[in-house]
Design a protein around this ligand. Sequence first.
Ligand SMILES: Cc1cc2nc3c(=O)[nH]c(=O)nc-3n(C[C@H](O)[C@H](O)[C@H](O)COP(=O)(O)OP(=O)(O)OC[C@H]3O[C@@H](n4cnc5c(N)ncnc54)[C@H](O)[C@@H]3O)c2cc1C
Length: 235
Amino acid sequence: METRTETARARSVTLALPEWPGHRPGQHVDVRLTAEDGYQAERSYSIASPPEEQRKVTITVERLDDGEVSPYLVDEVQVGDHLELRGPIGGYFVWEAPVGGPLLLVGGGSGIVPLMAMIRHRRAVSSTVPTRLLYSSRSQEEVIYRDELDDLTRRDGALEVIYTFTRKQPPGWTGYGRRIDGDLLREVAWPAEDHPLAYICGPTLFVETAATGVVALGYAVSSVKTERFGPTGGV
Ligand SMILES: Cc1cc2nc3c(=O)[nH]c(=O)nc-3n(C[C@H](O)[C@H](O)[C@H](O)COP(=O)(O)OP(=O)(O)OC[C@H]3O[C@@H](n4cnc5c(N)ncnc54)[C@H](O)[C@@H]3O)c2cc1C
């Protein structure tokens, strides 16, 4: 296992999986923790790594301070620990290069994670599908994968990243500084006439606003795929 601090609240955990069957970009795993007294908790986490990285899987977890599982994965899990993983799960919120585009990816907070798997896959297979990522986070410091996204956009003219910082903007910021709304989507999204595909992921309300927004722009409902990061609770 390897870990990497992404932001003050988010950490990536890479697990070596000798028997991993492979996954598709956008899928997730269920992670189960078992306490010494046998108490178990299970949560879903999207896979951040591309399928091209074989026999290992990276998840990126953002800490919810009052959460049961995420604080453990962000602050406590250590190299050498064993986590129980089930997956890969999901076949709907998946994009692979042959599916094409143009591609509109809309992520809120940790909703970037499955979209990053798509971006990394796109890069790994040298896809030139025109891709726009609209990424909403509270502040620039909370942007997960910022350096990698900057680097990818520098090297790839067909990949654009548009940020909106909803709580705090950097000094001199001239970009968006509000939550995603219809006007913002109209400015950023590919025109419906281009027959784009949209993948939207984040908190439930965020996803609903963005999905309604792109459909209002004329996107075909069947071309808009959503993944909601609501509480997964349970066992
Ligand atoms: C398909 C899928 C993929 C996911 N992928 C990721 C991922 O890649 N990275 C990631 O960090 N999380 C992801 N999540 C969310 C994750 O499963 C957990 O819900 C999250 O980590 C909180 O778990 P917890 O045990 O810390 O909090 P809990 O103990 O479950 O909840 C603590 C409190 O926070 C609220 N809450 C729980 N989850 C959320 C949430 N997501 N947003 C807002 N409030 C919440 C609860 O209602 C409760 O009040 C995903 C969820 C789904 C359904």
